[in-house]
Design a protein around this ligand. Structure first.
Ligand SMILES: *Cc1c(COP(=O)(O)O)cnc(C)c1O
Length: 364
């Protein structure tokens, strides 16, 4: 038996008739950019997240960057970011000229530690960017409370958390604004690149609509220095189909995670910690293991694909050489010990059982 780390092909083959119909619809409409599919998707996705405005853009990194830009964050500013995130969270801050300031996560949930946020605030701090890592929301109430006390903006990086909930409310609607990504491997993935900004603030929404479109509201009239960051009609049409199935995909991910939780108990590994207020969507199922590389190798020999998220923390990357003096022991031990097991909504029960049996056999 083979178990790929992520199987997008099976998902897309299951819905290929609907995807083909969407392609035909877009071809026949003759409208390829900024049309009905985009505005319908924006409306549908905003509703599903419980927020007023959704603005489709070209990718998740642009969504993060445009939000920071819309809030006027720039060269003199510091933005608090997790020490253990995908590099895009940091890159968005650097791209607007501000300085990312790493904050360590809680050792159990791997999400940003509110107490560590408090300790990292300086007179230059303007914003906090929690990441809902691996599909589980960060502890937003204390983060928003700290932000209120210090007059800071909070921007959720919800790229890994479409459909995840915090105390019954969906990720994307838990702060001033949120950015998400429709990179194919995300829980809500396009058949190419895509992203979106979510916010309840009508002025920020209007500003991002201009910024994504050359800083223009009226054609050939440019009020600010914008960029070109679009979610095209075809991707929007595909995303509408996949959005209609997101809840069932996430439900299947929860079943798989429950099976892993049960089947992998009582082994010398640490399983994911889920606080009682969190309803994760299991973008990734991540275990912690002292002999990670060996486990990964042995699973590969049995035909099981796994990955490491992420092998090098941002402050250890060449592009962030200037940050190499930071000592981030939790992020560094995560990079050395975490392993992501196969997770796709199309995984069969047999595949899940095979992963469990294989991990047990290797660790025995
Ligand atoms: C994927 C991802 C992004 C970036 O999204 P892209 O669409 O690939 O630009 C940002 N932050 C996190 C946490 C991600 O996982």
């Amino acid at each position: 038996m083979k178990v790929p780390f992520l199987d997008l092909t099976t998902t897309h083959l299951e819905i290929q008739d609907e995807l083909s119909a969407a392609l035909q619809r877009v071809i026949h409409s003759g409208w390829l950019i900024a049309g009905q599919e985009l505005s319908s998707f924006e409306k549908e996705f905003a509703e599903s997240c419980g927020v007023k405005h959704c603005i489709g853009v070209a990718n998740g990194l642009d969504a993060l960057f445009l939000l920071l830009q819309a809030y006027g964050i720039g060269p003199a500013d510091e933005v608090l970011v997790p020490s253990n995130t995908f590099i895009a969270t940091w890159l968005a801050v650097s791209r607007c000229g501000a300085t990312p300031v790493p904050v360590e996560p809680l050792d159990g949930t791997y999400n940003i530690n509110p107490a560590a946020i408090k300790a990292a605030i300086t007179t230059k701090t303007r914003a906090i960017m929690p990441v809902h890592l691996y599909g589980q929301v960060a502890d937003m109430d204390p983060i928003n409370e700290i932000a209120r006390e210090h007059g800071l903006i909070v921007i959720e990086d919800a790229a890994q958390a479409q459909g995840a909930e915090y105390r019954g409310r969906r990720a994307g609607g838990l702060a001033h604004g949120a950015a998400t990504s429709f990179y194919p491997g995300k829980n809500l993935g396009a058949l190419g690149d895509g992203g979106a900004v979510l916010t309840n603030d009508p002025e920020i929404a209007a500003k991002i609509k201009r910024l994504r479109n050359y800083g223009s509201e009226v054609k050939y009239q440019h009020d600010e220095i914008g960029c070109n960051s679009r979610l095209d009609e075809l991707q929007a049409a595909f995303l509408r189909i996949k959005l209609s199935k997101l809840d069932s995909y996430n439900a299947r991910r929860r079943e798989i995670a429950a099976a892993y939780n049960h089947g992998l108990a009582n082994l010398p590994i640490t399983l994911p910690e889920v606080p009682e207020w969190a309803l994760p969507v299991w973008h990734l199922y991540v275990i912690r293991c002292a002999n990670r590389d060996q486990l990964q190798q042995k699973l590969a020999e049995r035909g099981i694909g796994t990955m490491v998220h992420y092998p090098i923390p941002p402050h250890r990357q060449k592009c962030y050489e200037a940050f190499s003096h930071y000592n981030m022991p939790i992020a560094e031990s995560m990079a050395a010990e975490l392993l992501s097991l196969p997770m796709s909504p199309t995984m069969s029960d047999e595949q899940v059982a095979f992963v469990i049996d294989s991990v047990r056999a290797v660790l025995r």
